[in-house]
Write a protein that binds this ligand. Structure first.
Ligand code: FES
Ligand SMILES: [Fe+2]
Length: 337
């Protein structure tokens, strides 16, 4: 018995935890990054597409002339109709309910029956770019960083896209796998050629390292892997000596949920038979999707909380600190719900 009369045997056990990492939406804010909204091929001229984003809803649309993709808040500022059930007329988005029209900058330019446009009638316009076959929107009024570049122009590449169903996991938790070096050898059975823990480098908006390894079947990967923002896994390098890229980007749909987009790219050799390029892409897809299949049972069920990290977790610890400090905001909050 102690002086307070409390037995040591009754001291409650506590789970050893490190400093928490804020979840997406915690405190009403989300990571300020580029997020994939839809595939370019799904946004044909004159089309509008709705998507869950940042705990609310946005629409992407493209003018009938086939110009740039736009991403704006989904709910009309008249009385809140969902603009994804509206239509594109010329270069403008027309609400189905009472016909208000919005330009690509989100401003209302006309009401349906000729009433003057109220001065504050505008949607939230997200910074939007279209790269690598994806329409991306930045969570902010202005982007904090540009999307990374591939070493070859898009028109020299063959790109394949996959969009998966919404998953019950936050983007930063999926991205954490890249920094979780312990799981490489156990979960994926990689043979690492050197320890990436000592080669991590980054910027305020990215972190990564060179990765050289052998796969269980003997194939060799020689890569640069980076996380951009907290949701974009960016990988370029070679598989058995041939260049490829693999981009995994997850949209923060709402707290605890994301939508994964994948881009796999190869560069055909001059005069190469498209079937040979396709066969290489098939092989790279098999490797990458195999890793995803290894991880999925864990990623889709875990409750990620930093606990007792060890010496081999140096890169993971650095990543968790990066995520804790990562800029968060939600300037579109009032518009999205
Ligand atoms: S709700 Fe959109 S015009 Fe009325
Ligand atoms: Fe993994």
């Amino acid at each position: 018995m102690t002086m307070t009369g409390r037995s040591a045997a009754t001291t409650p056990l506590t789970r050893p935890l490190g400093r928490p990492v804020p979840g997406e939406g915690e405190g009403g804010v989300f990571s300020q990054s580029w997020f994939p909204v839809c595939l370019s091929v799904d946004l044909k001229p004159g089309c509008v597409v709705g998507a869950g984003f940042l705990g609310g809803r946005v629409v992407a649309f493209r003018g009938e002339g086939g110009g740039p993709a736009r991403v704006v808040s989904a709910y009309c500022v008249h009385v809140g109709a969902d603009l994804s059930v509206g239509e594109v007329v010329g270069e403008r988005l027309r609400c189905r309910f009472h016909g208000w029209r919005y330009g690509g900058d989100g401003r209302c330019v006309a009401t349906g029956i000729g009433d003057p446009v109220p001065p504050r009638a505008r949607l939230f316009r997200f910074p939007t770019v279209e790269r690598y076959g994806i329409v991306w929107a930045f969570n902010g009024e202005e982007p904090l960083f540009e999307l990374p570049e591939l070493p070859y122009p898009d028109d020299e590449l063959v790109l394949r896209h996959t969009v998966m169903d919404e998953a019950p996991v936050e983007p930063w938790v999926v991205a954490a796998q890249t920094m979780d070096l312990q799981h490489f050898s156990l979960q994926h059975e990689f043979t690492l050629e050197d320890d990436p823990n000592d080669a991590v480098s980054g910027t305020p908006y990215s972190m990564g390292y060179p990765l050289r390894l052998r796969l269980p079947g003997g194939s060799r990967l020689d890569l640069r892997v980076d996380i951009h923002g907290t949701n974009i896994f960016w990988q370029t390098g070679t598989l058995d000596g041939r260049w490829f890229c693999w981009i995994s980007a997850l949209r923060a749909v709402r707290p605890g949920a994301s939508r994964p987009f994948f881009v796999l790219g190869a560069r055909p050799a001059p005069g190469e038979d498209p079937a040979a390029t396709g066969a290489f892409l098939d092989r790279a897809t098999q490797v990458m999707m195999g890793m995803l299949a290894d991880d999925a049972p864990v990623l889709l069920t875990m409750r990620f909380r930093p606990g007792l990290l060890t010496r081999s977790d140096r890169a993971l610890a650095r990543y968790l600190q990066y995520v804790r400090r990562y800029p968060r905001a939600h300037p579109a909050r009032d518009f999205l719900g």
